[in-house]
Write a new protein. Structure first.
Lengths: 109, 93
């Protein structure tokens, strides 16, 4: 039972860390601001979710599991709201997304 | 296992800081700051498990809420120039 819990938490923690690093790389390499919001969203949903679920397998007490679930719940509620507020503010500020027609005009091939 | 997750989260925070330093617009920086905050919550949770102190999860919960409020406040300030509601501008006296 202990080793099954350990294997499960290893799996979830490693996958969550992988998603977090991939989201971070996406934040750096994606070409447009609106695409980078997706990079941040990957870390907030998949990365945070898998890491927190992996941590619940290592918890000894039900109160710790409840607290981890509450952290996950708040993160899942607030990160789409911040992403929406961010993109709405950027749109109101005048930042426009990079569309495919602009790329075709700039690099004829 | 916890150290691997810790290192990955630290690398992600470093990448977010790089975007905060690079980002051509202010919204890139706010996005990177938001991501830094959520990764801090994960870091607090993992460190709480490493040091066998489950009280750290309370800190993580509080910081998740603080981070959200902070990002919304910075967005409101960068858009309007003040923290008041937009309807208050007509009631100038």
């Amino acid at each position: 039972m202990e080793t099954a819990l350990d294997i499960a938490s290893w799996l979830f923690l490693l996958t969550g860390s992988l998603f977090a690093v991939v989201g971070g790389i996406g934040l750096l390499r994606l070409p447009d601001f609106y695409a980078r919001i997706h990079g941040g969203g990957i870390t907030d949903t998949m990365g945070a979710g898998l890491v927190l679920v992996g941590l619940t397998f290592q918890a000894g007490d039900w109160l710790v599991v409840f607290k981890l679930v509450m952290i996950l719940f708040f993160l899942l509620l607030t990160s789409p709201t911040s992403a929406h507020a961010l993109s709405k503010s950027a749109m109101a500020h005048g930042i426009r997304p990079l569309l495919a027609e602009e790329e075709e005009e700039s690099s004829p091939s | 296992m916890f150290t691997a997750a810790l290192l990955a989260i630290l690398v992600t925070m470093g990448l977010a800081l790089a975007r905060a330093a690079l980002g051509p617009t202010v919204f890139d920086r706010i996005l990177a700051l938001n991501m830094f905050g959520t990764k801090t919550v994960l870091l607090i949770a993992v460190i709480g498990f490493i040091t066998h102190r489950p009280d750290f999860l309370d800190l993580g919960l509080v910081y998740a809420l603080l981070n959200f409020i902070g990002v919304i406040a910075v967005l409101r300030f960068s858009r309007f120039g003040h923290f008041a509601d937009p309807e208050d501008e007509e009631e100038a006296d």
